[in-house]
Ligand binder design. Structure first.
Ligand code: FE
Length: 196
């Protein structure tokens, strides 16, 4: 989505962090480009690869998938991913009849241990509002057009509960091993704005 209007209300912590960042930049102690690169790394590279491993294991091992859907926090922890912003996880499975999308309507709650840092658009006011009022319209902006008979379920992430979408395993991936499967999984498919 192109629209990236910042959230209207900033928390006190966010304001403090920004003030601190401004001072450090002014004093020449940090390079804003380096910070951007670091954030990008956690947004798109390091973070979501953990979630991809969880998804690949679920596709590969039916018993693991059962555990994941029954108690996501524990099953994710089995693979070594746990901690802040991932204490209470729920995994929702995409099927031929149901497609799941996650959002945080209030702010930007997101499962850090499995997906890393939330992308800018996830935190934007339009995404937060429109995913609830017009989920198919938002999906379309991501190039995702689902058949009319597929039910779209929107899950509102909170500070207490964080969701991860288990995407449908791509057709033709039957012969692939776990590592190759993980390479197919994208961040956006685990947020539910795209399909694989
Ligand atoms: Fe939030």
């Amino acid at each position: 989505m192109a629209k990236t209007k910042p959230a209207p209300v900033e928390s006190e912590t966010a304001i403090r962090v920004r003030a601190l960042e401004a001072i450090l930049i002014e004093k020449g102690l940090i390079d804003p480009k380096a910070i951007d690169a670091l954030v990008d790394t956690y947004e798109t590279k390091v973070g979501p690869r953990n979630g991809a491993k969880v998804v690949a294991r679920a596709w590969f091992d039916p018993a693991y998938k059962q555990r994941l859907l029954a108690d996501a926090t524990s099953a994710i922890k089995e693979l070594g991913f746990s901690g802040m912003q991932g204490e209470d996880m729920v995994v929702v499975e995409n099927t031929d009849s149901v497609h799941n999308v996650i959002v945080c309507t209030l702010c930007s709650c997101y499962p850090w241990p499995t997906l890393g840092l939330p992308p800018v658009w996830y935190k934007s006011a339009p995404y937060r509002a429109r995913t609830v009022s017009d989920p198919r319209g938002v999906l379309k902006e991501f190039g995702t057009i689902l058949p009319e008979d597929v039910e779209v379920r929107v899950w509102d992430t909170t500070a207490e509960l964080r969701y991860l979408v288990l995407p449908k395993r791509p057709a033709g991936s039957e012969a692939l091993g776990e590592e190759a499967l993980a390479a197919l999984v994208t961040r956006d498919s685990m947020i539910g704005v795209t399909v694989l």
